[in-house]
Design a binder for this molecule. Structure first.
Ligand SMILES: [Ca+2]
Ligand SMILES: [Ca+2]
Length: 135
């Protein structure tokens, strides 16, 4: 009977884990690439200078990372964050550092005038490039 008790506990633990992941995904913000073009600068531009600098983007991706990390072990696995077309990288499991590095690479690719800040036009052009299979 002891083993049966343990299996019930294991099932309960698994259910709680699933619920935790579902809740985390519900409250986690979407990937930056999935934000509407008309809203992305507005939502990320904390200092109000009309463009998204690297720190503003990384702050958003950090918040999203921690919100997705349902079991709070400091890494994201494929169950917590299934790789999607709007993500910067399909790498899983992924550390926060690698997650931010992937974002930084995309940021640099989008920042065509190299001023360290992404305008709406740069984001639009960058997304169009990604849609055509570029990086
Ligand atoms: Ca800004
Ligand atoms: Ca995790």
């Amino acid at each position: 009977m002891k083993s049966r008790g343990m299996s019930v506990a294991a099932i309960a633990a698994a259910l709680l884990t699933c619920m935790g992941i579902a809740q985390a995904q519900k409250k986690a913000p979407p990937p930056i690439g999935a934000l509407p073009l008309d809203k992305v600068v507005e939502m990320l531009d904390r200092n109000g200078n009309g463009c998204v600098d690297l720190e503003e983007g990384r702050n958003y991706t950090s918040r999203r990372y921690h919100a997705l990390d349902a079991n709070h072990d400091g890494t994201l696995d494929a169950a917590e964050a299934p790789p999607g077309p709007m993500e910067t990288t399909p790498e899983r499991p992924i550390s926060l550092e690698a997650w931010q590095d992937a974002y930084t690479v995309r940021f640099a690719g989008f920042d065509k005038d190299g001023n360290g800040c992404l305008s709406r036009d740069e984001i639009e052009a960058g997304r169009a490039g990604l849609a055509q299979g570029g990086q």
